[in-house]
Ligand binder design. Sequence first.
Ligand SMILES: NC(=O)c1ccc[n+]([C@@H]2O[C@H](COP(=O)([O-])OP(=O)(O)OC[C@H]3O[C@@H](n4cnc5c(N)ncnc54)[C@H](O)[C@@H]3O)[C@@H](O)[C@H]2O)c1
Length: 661
Amino acid sequence: MTFKDEILQGIPKQLPEAKPYDTGVNHAPKRKKILSAEEETLALKNALRYFNPEHHATLLPEFKKELKDYGRIYMYRYRPDYKIYARPIAEYPGKSEQAKAIMLMIQNNLDHAVAQHPHELITYGGNGAVFQNWAQYRLVMQYLAEMTDEQTLVMYSGHPLGLFPSHKDAPRVVVTNGMMIPNYSQPDDWEKFNALGVTQYGQMTAGSYMYIGPQGIVHGTTITVLNGFRKIKKEPSGGLFVTSGLGGMSGAQPKAGNIAGCVTVCAEVNKKATKTRYSQGWVDEVISDLDELSVRVQKAITAKETVSIAYDGNIVDVWEHFDKENIKIDLGSDQTSLHNPWAGGYYPAGLSYEEANEMMANNPEKFKEEVQKSLRRQTEAINKHTENGTYFFDYGNAFLLEASRAGANVMADNPELGREFKYPSYVQDIMGPMCFDYGFGPFRWVCASGKPEDLQKTDDLACEVLEKIMKNSPSEIQQQMQDNITWIKGAQENKLVVGSQARILYADAEGRMKIASAFNKAISEGKIGPVILGRDHHDVSGTDSPYRETSNIYDGSRFTADMAIHNVIGDSFRGATWVSIHNGGGVGWGEVINGGFGMVLDGSTNAQRRLESMLFWDVNNGIARRSWARNDEAIFAIKREMDRNPNLKVTLPNFVDESLF
Ligand SMILES: NC(=O)c1ccc[n+]([C@@H]2O[C@H](COP(=O)([O-])OP(=O)(O)OC[C@H]3O[C@@H](n4cnc5c(N)ncnc54)[C@H](O)[C@@H]3O)[C@@H](O)[C@H]2O)c1
């Protein structure tokens, strides 16, 4: 059967052969047992409703075993035999080019070279699911292959509810993931309702079909490191950045440090993770001895080398040793997985990796004590460095939160609302005021032809557009423009593509709209194939997350999620090809509401109309909210936008004379 035929058949009428558990791929961890006996029966009934009753007797024991062995029913038997990867758009069956583009993006999220646990349909973050099971995958691909541009597919946490009549300007797909009644949004609620098969954790770009591999995180980290050095008014050259973690996301730090041009030291306790990043060329050197590390670092600083060094050991030891050796750290952060402190996210100092793993499983109480003791030690050492001028920031990994819970000295001496900790988060000081409040965020695109030469042409077009805009940009945003021009010029050389032919850069509404228009024109002239636009949810408007994306909102509204909802509703009726809204992502279930879009450009005048309408809203929605929160940079940005667009009229805040209080 051809690839097209397999897609068109959906769930096969005949039972496919059972598939043995493939030990050659990276599998999701076994999920904890959480369902009662009655609930297990319900989960099995829920799973079987995808299949003809004639197969139930065969499938029931198999699904029962999956639930017992893995804590979830993935329906491995229904995994397709064809290779899953972002094939060029012309290879998909269908009646709608927009739907074919969505198929391409789904295939990319499940590509073995891209996805973290491909057989469990998990793209990244350990739990970021595209679908809950293979029946959903097969049905969705079939629906997309059958649908027309006058229908909309409705996705209910991985489950395709069906095709509904709509119209050409409506989204082809509407996605929700993990939306819960707020009182049912504790971490164990995810475990339970996901095991029942009624919800899933979509992370940000997993369940919204917008993941582009590690390129996104490399770019975001580069921008953070560059702006971190600006914050302390120091050139990256000859500067020292100390941090930890060479895992999924954290592994981007040394590469980003190299692109920024500083000396990076990144500690990692897991030798396997270090080996992977070293073999990929994401870190230049590995050193296991602290004295050797000090000598090497001092030499690199003096010679103003651009170099990244992995320290094969615990980050706490690096902070302490550099203090003893009087090594001045310019930028400091941490990217251990402290959102998950008791189950392997953070390895305490004083224990070997193996000892820690053993204690975690066999003596969890003692392990918790060790983690907290280590966090107190780490904070004490960081505090000594910051007294000597180090700029330390929390990298969205809950370091400050867990350190505070451990009783470490991280609370501010004079706390203000929203500024309870001694140190800022990267959004509070860097990303928020320097990028998001001005409208700069992670715009991305994918060349649907799958041709690297199309990507090269779009890179050139994007660069031309940004250079032209920069000539007349106000001084406030010149730096952001320049960083992204530098990035796009180096993008081909840095070989960032894994999976689909994708690119990311930070741009504001003007930049995003003008770049998209240039692409649409090039498509209409036959110079490139169709282009799919999108963005990370970690952006100006799409995400309400009080300790990350909206941590620099100080009017008390950072615990509200209206902005993310407005964003997705507004994108839907302004021409997005698909939209998504999720609970959870990055910082955890119940901690964030995030959304995004995808938009197909086909060179038509309709595509031009849609991109202008939707991209304008997609960015200015968040700037309006940020300006109402009294953020100066956002007030500047929205006033500038109102000057340019007479149809935009935003409510602006009045400031109160502090002496009145
Ligand atoms: N702000 C952002 O943009 C952003 C982006 C990505 C990740 N994060 C957060 O950063 C954290 C890391 O993400 P990840 O995907 O890299 O996770 P990961 O679990 O893949 O990697 C973390 C690494 O830290 C190592 N580690 C743990 N304790 C250590 C210690 N004491 N010393 C040295 N190494 C230690 C682990 O061995 C692991 O390899 C997460 O909490 C994530 O949510 C934030």
